[in-house]
Ligand binder design. Structure first.
Ligand code: MN
Length: 193
């Protein structure tokens, strides 16, 4: 099974225009990851790769509920298209689902005085997500300069903020294939014989 899944990982078609910002914004994905502890991986296209955070509870839809986001390793762009089984023995081995995907826009598009280019940190501060399940402005705040790279993800106050509408508790399945985690796991297993 491991070899089969690994092959799939390498056969993923690279995202169109990989490495270049797309006209409608950059890509983002949220992968639901059934690792030892179920969590959500938020990945943003930055500098031609995916900057990633593991979120134990995912993103909220209301400014009053802040969510922890632990920055993890960066991933190559093709990872944004991955849904299936990550082979045993690999980092993050378990079933991964494309829970949400879309584009995001930086809400801090104007460079600060004296800075010709925005740093990654500036770029990350506030962004507008246009996903299939999640929409609106989110702010990412670094909690501490030292130690584990922990961040807080906060829904900004805008027209898309809505405490009553929480996709995490109603839209469980893949945004790409409509499959549940269980179906993805079973089909990955079957594909490999
Ligand atoms: Mn993960």
């Amino acid at each position: 099974m491991g070899d089969c899944s690994q092959e799939k990982l390498h056969n993923i078609r690279p995202a169109a225009g990989s490495g270049l910002p797309s006209p409608g914004g950059r890509r983002f994905v949220i992968q639901k990851h059934a690792a030892r502890r179920l969590h959500y991986d938020l990945r943003l296209e930055i500098g031609g790769g995916l900057v990633s955070w593991a979120m134990p509870k995912g993103l909220s839809t209301t400014p009053t509920v802040k969510r922890l986001a632990i920055q993890t390793e960066n991933n190559p762009m093709p990872y944004a298209d991955f849904e299936g089984m990550i082979p045993q023995g690999k980092y993050g081995a378990a079933t991964g689902m494309l829970w949400d995907m879309g584009r995001y826009r930086n809400l801090r598009a104007v460079p600060r005085k004296g800075k010709r280019r925005r740093s990654m940190a500036d770029s990350l501060r506030q962004g507008w997500l246009e996903g299939k399940k999640l929409h609106g402005g989110y702010a990412l705040k670094r909690l501490a300069k030292e130690g584990k790279p922990q961040w807080l993800a906060v829904k900004m106050k805008d027209s898309k903020a809505d405490a009553r509408r929480d996709p995490l508790s109603i839209a469980f399945d893949s945004v790409l294939t409509g499959r549940s985690l269980r179906e993805i796991a079973r089909q990955s297993h079957d594909d490999c014989g």
